[in-house]
Design a protein around this ligand. Structure first.
Ligand code: ADP
Length: 327
């Protein structure tokens, strides 16, 4: 919805580059190679990418923790170069590592954080936040007595003390159990319903699929896809059939109409769910003269997705290139 008082884009990044200076031991590293990204106000936007893709670098630049090398970045319409305080005030960031102030209770921890952001006492809402994150009965507990999940929820509460319109969650559910993951997802949706724009980074396609309306995929410092979730998922409709032949093969068989890659004593046939079926794959495998001992089917994992989107046909990836390994 267009509102003249609010920016259309919660985050906007143009030609953003970052090269970390090298050292005696390491050469300079370009982590972002001119990224363009627009996060519309009100969206739940997923930033997906393997380790080393550049996600943290992007977030840290937006949060004012890392200096960019080039390009522009705006948070809530505020230029991080000319209005860094304004940009920071519009942003809450939940970091990946769980850090807890062991000397404060959860309520004190929120009060201190609110003070840090200059929120006047009358406008603080520590108890509301504690309640919203299921920590009301722990308000005065020792932080070290909280479980890992509770600490993580406290970190979300801390990121919200100054009521930012934009919230970044960096790998919010890495290493958390299923129940807590569901709780955090529910809370993210609630925040979104209240109008908070959310940018979340994740390794998990499932998580992005569950929560996000738009997904951007980053790899090697570049945005390789940025689309509405449903549209992106339709492009990822490749499934694999892993075929183990009765007798070991001396060469990868040619299977008419399908891409085939070797894997140990087996080989993998990729097919598009919209265009063919396991049955058709098996017919083609038999027609190629292969006697089948065993088969298994596989859904694509995120690694396949990155490879497919980054390099097109996976069979063209040169496995000797170190950047072919994207896990
Ligand atoms: P991600 O968050 O997607 O895992 P990062 O932004 O952490 O990716 O890293 C992107 C690239 O930049 C990686 O190759 C990483 O090694 C490099 N990098 C990150 N931080 C630094 C740093 N402080 N100094 C040098 N290189 C860095």
């Amino acid at each position: 919805m267009s509102d003249p008082l609010l920016p259309d884009n919660a985050i906007e990044v143009r030609g953003l580059t970052k090269t970390y200076a090298g050292s005696k031991k390491a050469p300079p590293k370009t982590a972002l190679k001119g990224i363009d990204l627009v996060v519309p106000r009100g969206s739940i936007f997923g930033l997906l990418g393997p380790n080393g893709a550049g996600k943290s670098t992007l977030i840290n630049i937006l949060a004012g923790v890392v200096n960019k090398t080039g390009g522009q970045a705006y948070v809530w319409g505020r230029d991080i170069d000319t209005d860094p305080r304004g940009a920071r005030a519009a942003l809450g960031v939940v970091a990946q590592e769980v850090t807890a102030d062991v000397f404060f209770t959860p309520r004190e921890s929120l009060e201190v954080q609110a003070g840090y952001y200059g929120v006047p006492p009358a406008e603080r809402r520590s108890d509301e936040l504690l309640a919203a994150l299921g920590l009301a009965d722990k308000a005065n507990a020792y932080v070290r007595a909280l479980s890992g999940g509770m600490k993580r929820r406290l970190m979300v509460a801390k990121a919200l003390v100054h009521n930012p319109p934009v919230l970044i969650l960096d790998e919010p559910t890495a290493g958390v159990d299923v129940e807590l993951r569901r709780q955090l997802w529910a809370y993210v949706r609630e925040l979104s319903d209240r109008g908070v724009t959310i940018l979340l980074t994740t390794h998990y396609l499932e998580e992005a699929q569950e929560l996000c309306d738009t997904i951007a995929i980053v790899n090697h410092g570049e945005v390789v896809a940025c689309e509405p979730t449903a549209q992106l998922l339709r492009r990822l409709d490749t499934r694999n059939v892993v075929v183990t032949p009765e007798a070991p093969l001396t060469a990868v068989p040619e299977i008419a109409g399908f891409d085939v890659t070797p894997r140990g004593d087996s080989f993998v046939v990729a097919y598009k769910t919209g265009q063919s079926s396991v049955e058709q794959v098996l017919v083609a495998v038999r027609a190629a003269g292969v006697r089948i001992k065993d088969i298994a089917t596989e859904d694509p994992d995120l690694e396949d997705v990155f490879v497919a989107l980054t390099y097109g046909d996976t069979s063209q990836v040169d496995p000797t290139r170190d950047d072919a390994v994207v896990a």
